[in-house]
Design a protein around this ligand. Structure first.
Ligand code: NAP
Length: 251
C-alpha cells in the first residue's frame, strides 16, 4: 500500500507530516497512492479530494486535523499513532460521501461541498429548472447547490439547513434573492432527493464555483447539476456522531 499527503501550509501540519513519514512503514507515492492523508482542516481535505479526483474509485482519504475535529477530518494530533496503526494494519472503517456533478458545455466536474452560481458585482437573473421544468426565476446574487456533507459549510452561512450526510439529497439555497411585485423567488432552501436534476441558466455573464474552484459562465448557457454516482471513501476512526460534530463546531 502506498500513501501521499496533502498538507495545509502551517508549521503544525508539516511537523505531523514529518512524524508520520518517519514512522509509517508504507511507501510514499504522490503519483499513485492508495491512501491520501490530508493534514489541516476541512478546506485541506477538499483540496485533497480534488487533487486525486481521478483516483477516487480506489483511494481512501484520511483527514487529520491540526486544530479541532472537523467535518471531514476524523483524526487529531492526539491520535497520530492511531492513524499510523490504522494504515499499517488496515484497521479502519470506511464511510462514503456523495459528490454532486456539474456539466457545463460538456465539461464535467465534481463538488464535495457545493456548486454556486454567483455574481457579487451585479444582480443576475437565473432560470432554475428542476427535471427540465422551469421552477423559478431568481433575481439576486446567486444560488448555492450543496451536498448533505457540504450543508455545514457555505450553505449554513446562507441560512440553509444542516442535513445529516447519510441522506442522499442535495440542497438548493438562493443567495440574497429579491422578492418584490416584479420578482418572486421561493426564498426557502429546497431539499431534493438524489434522483432529481437541476439546470441553471443565467441571463448575464457570471461565474460558478465547485468547492474551491472558480469558472466563468457565459450568459444564456446551461449549468447542469446532478447527484453523482461517484463517491469518496474516507477512513474513519472517531465515532463522534454528526450531531455531536455540529454541536462542537457551532454551539
Ligand atoms: P476558506 O475560505 O479558507 O474557509 C472556508 C471555511 O469553511 C473553513 O473554516 C473550513 O474549515 C470550512 N469548511 C469547509 N468545508 C466545510 C464543511 N463541509 N463543513 C463545515 N465547514 C467547512 O475556504 P476553503 O478552505 O478553500 O474552503 C472552501 C469552502 O469555503 C467552500 O466549499 C465553501 O463551503 C466555503 N465558503 C464559505 C463561505 C461562507 O460561509 N460565507 C463563503 C465562501 C466559501 P477548516 O477551517 O477546517 O478548513
Amino acid at each position: 500500500m502506498k500513501y501521499a499527503f496533502v498538507i495545509r501550509n502551517d508549521e503544525n501540519s508539516f511537523k505531523v507530516a514529518e512524524k508520520i513519514k518517519s514512522q509509517l512503514k508504507l511507501e510514499y507515492d504522490e503519483e499513485n497512492p492508495d491512501y491520501v492523508i490530508s493534514l489541516g482542516g476541512d478546506g485541506t481535505f477538499l483540496r485533497a479530494v480534488h487533487k486525486y479526483i481521478n483516483s477516487i474509485d480506489h483511494v481512501v482519504f484520511f483527514g487529520l486535523n491540526s486544530g479541532n475535529l472537523g467535518f471531514y477530518t476524523d483524526y487529531t494530533m492526539d491520535n497520530v499513532d492511531g492513524l499510523i496503526d490504522a494504515l499499517e494494519n488496515n484497521n479502519f472503517n470506511v464511510n462514503s460521501h456523495s459528490l454532486i456533478e456539474y456539466n457545463y458545455n460538456n465539461k464535467i466536474g465534481y463538488a464535495l461541498n457545493e456548486i454556486t452560481l454567483l455574481n457579487q458585482m451585479m444582480v443576475q437573473t437565473v432560470d432554475v429548472y428542476v427535471d427540465d421544468v422551469l421552477f423559478e426565476t431568481v433575481r439576486g446574487t446567486g444560488l448555492c447547490v450543496c451536498t448533505t456533507s457540504g450543508s455545514t459549510a457555505y450553505n449554513k452561512s446562507l441560512g440553509g439547513p444542516v442535513v445529516d450526510p447519510s441522506l442522499e439529497a442535495f440542497i438548493l439555497t438562493e443567495i440574497a434573492p429579491i422578492n418584490s411585485n416584479a420578482y418572486r423567488a421561493l426564498s426557502s432552501p429546497l431539499v431534493l432527493s438524489s434522483k432529481h436534476t437541476l439546470r441553471l441558466k443565467c441571463h448575464t455573464d457570471s461565474m460558478f464555483t465547485a468547492d474551491q474552484f472558480v469558472m466563468d459562465m457565459k450568459s444564456e448557457e446551461w449549468l447542469n447539476i446532478n447527484f453523482s454516482c461517484k463517491k469518496i471513501r474516507f477512513g474513519k476512526m472517531d465515532n463522534t456522531s454528526f450531531v455531536k460534530r455540529v454541536q462542537k463546531a457551532f454551539l
